[in-house]
Design a protein around this ligand. Structure first.
Ligand code: COA
Length: 317
């Protein structure tokens, strides 16, 4: 029986940093308000002309380096993003051309903040059926281009960045299980127009923060329970929670539900802000490279975003 394991991780953050103090000069907000409500202290912002695929390429090459895999050997690309470079070709294809893995199937999917988790779930299934051997899974976003920088209720939350993992076949499960969900009846609580429905005039992120917060906490709580139950795993078996990085208070609520002390929760939201599909792989790579997450450890991953879409997964790193 073939399983998929994470052979390498990588990430990239643009050079420019926007601090809460910088935002104080742009909108009616304060460092204290942002830190108390969200935990965020700063976020990275893509340079003029720097695109989602530019950032994804840096993250992908870092993951490939760690795995000792040549770019031409990649035979599957699943790319989660809500901020694609173009309508088409999709970001997966644009990345494929840069890596030189011609012929490999490549696609992107737009499930907002759950984009990486959805991509991971699909790539895992291709590796497990033997249809892919070197599957690159990406989450990358230039959210700064769809943020209304005059809207203080959303401008303080988001950032840009990219994360990647390379999956390879293994004898024992690395990706143990993934669980995907969506509920489109919540579409009006968090959305961004700009698609082909021209009646949608708002082309920047719109959010009912309070309600999103409430649904996110409840839904993520149930998602992690589902993952533990599906695998017969106890809370105490987990080494790390690698959550979606939207808001420190949401993360703390999830950690409490797991009885996990915050020392066993990877948090990067303070430095990265909410990078949507990039947030889980960015957090994962940051923790791996810092020597915190080690080989053989048991991780619970989760994400929640616009749609709503949400996902969780159990991973033996
Ligand atoms: N700076 C200062 N004040 C702000 C502000 C800002 N950046 N943004 C909003 N406010 C004000 C509001 O206008 C409101 O003022 P009022 O009481 O005079 O009307 C007050 O702060 C409280 O606003 P509220 O929206 O109730 O705050 P909150 O405690 O819910 O925190 C969020 C707002 C956005 C931080 C919080 O709701 C949140 O994190 N929601 C989830 C967001 C999320 O995770 N989204 C992505 C999911 S993937």
């Amino acid at each position: 029986m073939i399983h998929a394991r994470i052979a390498g991780t990588g990430s990239y953050l643009p050079q420019k940093i926007l601090t809460n103090f910088d935002l104080e000069k742009m909108v009616d907000t304060s460092d204290l308000w942002i830190r108390e409500r969200t935990g965020i202290e700063q976020r990275h912002i893509a340079a003029d002309g720097e695109t989602t695929v530019d950032m994804a390429e840096r993250a992908a090459r870092a993951a490939l380096d760690m795995a000792g895999c040549r770019p031409q050997e990649v035979d599957f690309i699943a790319f989660g993003t809500t901020t694609p470079d173009m309508v088409f070709p999709n970001c997966g294809v644009l990345l494929q051309a840069r890596l030189g893995c011609r012929g490999a199937p490549a696609f992107s999917l737009e499930t907002a903040c759950s984009g990486f988790m959805y991509a991971l779930s699909i790539a895992d299934k291709f590796v497990r059926t033997g249809e892919a051997k070197r599957a690159l899974v990406i989450g990358a976003e230039t959210l700064s281009r769809i943020v209304d920088w005059n809207d203080r209720s959303t401008a303080v939350l988001f950032g840009d960045g990219a994360g990647a993992v390379l999956l390879e076949p293994a004898d024992s499960p690395g990706i143990i299980s993934t669980h995907l969900h969506a509920d489109g009846t919540y579409r009006n609580l968090l959305y961004c127009g700009g698609g082909m429905d021209l009646s949608q005039t708002r082309r920047t992120i719109a959010m009912s923060g309070n309600e999103v917060f409430r649904v996110a906490v409840g839904t993520l709580g149930r998602a992690i329970e589902e993952t533990l139950r599906a695998n017969g795993v106890e809370r105490s078996d987990l080494n790390w929670l690698v959550p979606h990085q939207a808001n420190l208070r949401i993360i703390q609520a999830t950690a409490r539900r797991l009885d996990l002390p915050m020392e066993r929760v990877i948090t990067t939201v303070q430095e990265h802000g909410n990078t949507s599909a990039a947030s889980v792989p960015l957090a994962l790579d940051t923790a791996v490279r810092a020597g915190r997450i080690k080989r053989g450890e048991l991780l619970l991953l989760e994400a929640f975003g616009g749609g709503f879409t949400w996902a969780s997964g159990l991973v033996r790193y």
